[in-house]
Write a protein that binds this ligand. Structure first.
Ligand code: G6P
Length: 614
């Protein structure tokens, strides 16, 4: 994680850098910093612990002149969050400053070597090692900045997106990437840098997504040059980005998270647009057309993902197994990559990732590729690393997700998994034509039903204060609603800091039941499906121990209200699509509880939106 911004041109750099950092704060907010070459030629570095606002306050009485600069918002890996460890980092002479997103794994070895040569370090970070190494080889071998960066990167093991400025050459920024994202924006007599395109799109829509192992030489008055670390010139692949600015502003909501929860009906329409033909009740995915054979011959599906995307994967498993009769396993990417898993060329590996940058998911893809599996990506961020590393895939098209707690990406992922499962099931003949059409039709009705589910917002806002004093909460569900119980608990943990656990409702009696008392709220997803009666019994088990139950029920339900403390009523749908609707009240619950507790909903402590370190 960490967010990187850069500017070189004729405008004042500072406001552009700060605005860019604010857009990238979702990538981390342990500290923020900026390095600018001032009008008088000084290289000024200013940094502050915490959010970007702290940095702007710190800079209020500083020299912020200059038209070239780099800036960084940090999610700490090496070294505690502090101004000292914040980026940018100077080299010893203060001629160079660097920003970095990623991890230099062999930093300790390089640091020890440099220390024997007399280099002194000011921070505990792996990043400072890189800038000191660049300066050391620059001086020792009398190299240009570009040459020194090439030599240094050759010695480095790890992941990085970096940008370096040299005060002796204020017309240049050198940037490079390996496994961490970096985008260069090309304007008129100006260039921009960003970890994604969001800090750039106000100024230009022409961007180059830097490829792994490449260096960008950004010189004012010259064409952008991209080369490999070894110096081989690369062809410029300039793309036009099309991100609606309104999509990344709050649009009248107090928080991005609330805005994103409310956007879901529209997002899912976008996700299905052009893929579901409503008249014919038919799903077409371009990946299914281009790679029909590879997908249909799958003997097994393995889903790799992290966090919320992993929960979406658990729903995918049930879809693939019950509709397509294809065995499916769901793996935490971080475990999969290190446990020598059995993967064969008969497997289709589906990587799910909102950001498309999660380091563990990328590594899991790499491993599966080496074993010959066919790789399918389900991502949101267009042009990000995962879609580029996969054989094919489907974008969820829900627009930029800024709130750190994932909401609309989850329902987008489940929608794509549903469409894919329907395509496969229909082609494999594992569901009847009639069932297929009925299911496709129902999927198209989900946005409307989500609108109805969103009407529970006021009720949930009123309920939320009751739960703010809870220390622990339990979320229960069965079948398709079990992954949703996990997701509901994760949302609450992430933003309200209340400990919460998701459990399969029937499994509760094998442990968590011991914890139940009147202090522990229990949220039960008890919508009408095959397991409805069984879930009622589970609710009774909770009630018998004095537990307080809030149940999510299907409209028309008359039974559960007799013994639940609170009920939240949702529209009916097919069992397999229930998570698309029931996720909404769970997201709203977490949101309102966190707001009542006065928490920073969009930027919860210790978390980052995009986890580009393992
Ligand atoms: C982080 C985010 C989560 C997200 C997970 C996986 O932990 O805070 O919201 O679910 O990473 O991210 P991805 O971008 O791969 O879906």
């Amino acid at each position: 994680m960490c967010g990187i911004v850069g500017y070189i041109g004729t405008k004042k750099a500072y406001p552009i850098l700060i605005k860019g950092l604010q857009r990238l704060e979702y990538r981390g907010y342990d500290s923020a910093g900026v390095a600018m070459i001032s009008d008088s030629g000084d290289l000024n570095v200013y940094k502050a612990k915490g959010k970007v606002d702290n940095l702007t306050e710190f800079c209020s009485d500083k020299d912020i002149s200059g038209s070239v600069g780099i800036a960084h918002t940090r999610w700490a890996t090496h070294g505690e969050p502090s101004a000292r460890n914040a980026h940018p980092h100077y080299s010893s002479t203060h001629n160079l400053a660097i920003i970095h997103n990623g991890i230099i794994e062999n930093y300790a070895t390089i640091k020890a070597k440099l220390q024997t040569k007399g280099v002194e370090f000011k921070s505990d970070t792996d990043t400072e090692v890189l800038v000191q190494l660049v300066e050391y080889v620059m001086v020792k071998k009398n190299l240009t900045l570009l040459e020194a960066v090439q030599v240094a990167l050759h010695q480095v093991i790890g992941a990085y997106a970096i940008a370096i400025v040299d005060k002796r050459d204020p017309r240049q920024i050198i940037a490079a990437r390996k496994q961490s994202p970096l985008v260069v924006g090309i304007g008129e007599d100006e260039f921009f840098l960003g970890s994604d395109a969001s800090p750039i799109i106000d100024y230009t829509d022409k961007v180059v997504y830097l490829e792994d192992g490449n260096i960008a030489v950004i010189r004012l008055g010259e064409e952008l040059r991209v080369m490999s670390i070894l110096g081989e010139e690369q062809e410029l692949n300039v793309k036009t980005v099309d991100i609606d600015l309104g999509q990344i502003e709050k649009g009248g909501y107090n928080h991005f998270m609330l805005k994103e929860i409310f956007e879901q009906p529209e997002c899912l329409k976008n996700c299905m647009r052009g893929r579901i033909n409503v008249e014919g009740n038919h799903v077409t995915l371009s990946a299914m057309i281009d790679y029909r054979q590879q997908l249909l011959s799958a003997k097994r599906i393995v889903i790799v993902a992290c966090g919320t995307s992993w929960h979406a994967g658990l729903i995918g498993k049930q879809l693939f197994e019950s509709l397509c009769r294809i065995p499916c396993e769901v793996e935490y990417a971080s475990e999969f990559r290190y446990r020598n898993p059995v993967v064969t060329k008969d497997d289709v590996v589906i990587a799910i990732s909102q950001s498309g940058e999660t380091a563990d998911t990328l590594a899991a893809i790499q491993l599966a590729k080496e074993q010959g599996a066919f790789i399918y990506g389900i991502c949101n961020a267009i042009g990000s690393s995962i879609p580029r590393a996969t054989d094919t895939g489907t974008y969820i098209h829900v627009g930029p997700e800024i709130g750190v707690a994932s909401t609309k990406a989850f329902t987008g992922q489940v929608t794509v998994l549903s469409m894919l499962a329907l395509c496969l099931a229909s082609e494999r003949g594992t569901i009847s034509e009639e069932q297929y059409k009925e299911m496709v039709k129902e999927l198209t009705l989900i946005p409307e039903k989500q609108e109805q589910a969103l009407k529970t917002n006021e009720q949930i806002e009123r309920l939320a204060p009751i739960f703010t004093y809870a220390k622990n909460c339990l979320y229960l569900g069965r079948g398709y609603n079990y992954p949703l119980a996990l997701e509901g608990a994760l949302k609450l943990k992430e933003i309200s800091y209340i400990h919460a656990e998701g459990y399969p409702a029937a499994e509760m009696k094998h442990g968590p039941i011991a914890l139940i008392d009147s202090e522990m709220p229990v949220f039960v997803i008890a919508t009408r499906d095959r397991l409805y009666e069984k879930v009622i019994s589970n609710i009774q088990e909770v009630r018998a121990r004095g537990g307080r139950v809030t149940a999510l029920v299907t409209e028309g339900d008359t039974q559960i209200q007799k013994f639940a403390d609170h009920i939240i009523t949702l529209p009916d749908t097919l069992e397999c699509f229930q998570p698309l609707i029931a996720s909404i009240p769970l997201q709203l619950l977490a949101y309102h509880i966190a707001v009542c507790k006065g928490k920073d909903v969009d930027r919860p402590r210790n978390l980052a939106k995009s986890v580009t370190v393992e």
